[in-house]
Write a protein that binds this ligand. Structure first.
Ligand code: NDP
Length: 296
């Protein structure tokens, strides 16, 4: 048996189409154009690529994109003042501060200064608390994308055994909350977990978010399980730089029921969910019905 490959690129395109439709309706019926502000401090090359891609896709779905590129030496006071200005700007429905921030800036303080209703990354402490208590929140984009792919592939997730590898605030923990919300039996594994292969072997659903290239081999996977590979790791192989995930794709593909590739799996879903969150935030801000199928 070989696994189905879950095409994140194609699925992300369907999400963007839905977003485009909602944006068009918001404009036609209500005269509102959703706006996303992205703040980049410094010149980290990877962050610059992400921010460019986010801005481009925001415009492609018909929304307004506001990019704020700040000097690496920007003071915390100046950054907080910009966020305050964006919080008060009715044309801005979503605010994203690209992480990581330079060391002299306190990321928690900065993220928690964003209006929670505009926190389209879902990292504000209020949104973390709302998600943890099963209330309506802004959901972090990468786990939201993973959940959408799982629901699409498996339908109802209720009662399934899920193992989330990794306990970061941006992927592992919110992913576990979302799976719990869908009534999975959830285990969160991390670097101190004993007998990791045995833990993973129990799972109907495996979400790997570890940041270690090809760490999970096929013989850790229950036959037929669904494997979502969040990892993005750059490695050198055969004299070339290659992008690989946290699972060993060939051996996992031979055992699993379905698996996401890297690249082309979770990655494209993350930006699609950012656009989805911006439309959701815009609808909530204007007291309008939320788009279906774009939230958890
Ligand atoms: P973090 O480094 O913040 O967290 C990694 C987690 O993996 C930690 O909880 C750590 O455990 C755990 N871990 C590390 N080594 C092991 C091990 N040997 N066995 C078991 N657990 C281990 O990473 P992120 O959550 O930010 O990201 C994870 C991966 O996902 C990265 O490759 C990142 O690039 C990728 N990513 C991809 C995105 C996308 O859009 N596709 C978006 C965000 C991230 P402990 O807590 O004990 O240290």
């Amino acid at each position: 048996m070989t696994a189905d490959i879950i095409d994140g690129k194609a699925f992300a395109a369907t999400i963007r189409d839905k977003v485009t439709g909602h944006v068009a309706r918001l404009k036609d019926e209500h005269g509102i154009t959703p706006g996303l502000a992205v703040v980049l401090v410094g010149e980290d090359p990877a962050s610059q690529v992400y921010v460019r891609s986010k801005g481009k896709q925001t415009v492609e779905v018909g929304m307004n994109s506001y990019e704020h590129k700040l000097d690496p030496e920007t003071s915390e006071a100046d950054l907080l003042a910009l966020i305050e200005q964006l919080n008060n700007d009715p044309a801005v429905h979503g605010i994203l501060v690209q992480l990581p921030l330079p060391d002299h800036l306190d990321s928690d303080l900065v993220i928690n200064s964003i209006d929670p209703a505009k926190d389209v990354d879902g990292f504000h402490i209020s949104n973390v608390g709302l998600l943890g208590t099963g209330q309506k929140s802004m959901v972090p984009c990468t786990p939201l994308g993973c959940l959408m792919m799982l629901r699409d592939k498996l339908g109802n997730l209720s009662g399934m055994d899920a193992v989330v590898l990794g306990r970061s605030n941006i992927v592992g923990k919110p992913m576990a909350q979302l799976l719990l919300g869908d009534s999975c039996t959830v285990t969160i594994a991390h670097s101190r977990t004993k007998d990791l292969p045995e833990v993973v072997r129990r799972a109907d659903i495996v979400v790997a978010a570890v940041g270690r290239p090809e760490m999970v081999p096929g013989d850790w996977i229950k036959p037929g399980a669904t494997v979502i590979d969040v990892g993005i790791n750059r490695i050198e192989r055969d004299g070339k730089t290659k992008l690989v995930g946290d699972v060993d794709f060939p051996s996992v593909h031979a055992v699993a029921g379905a698996v996401t590739p890297v690249p082309g799996g979770v990655g494209p879903m993350t930006i699609a969910c950012l656009l989805a969150n911006t439309v959701t935030a815009c609808c909530r801000a204007n007291g309008l019905a939320e788009p279906e199928g774009l939230t958890a």
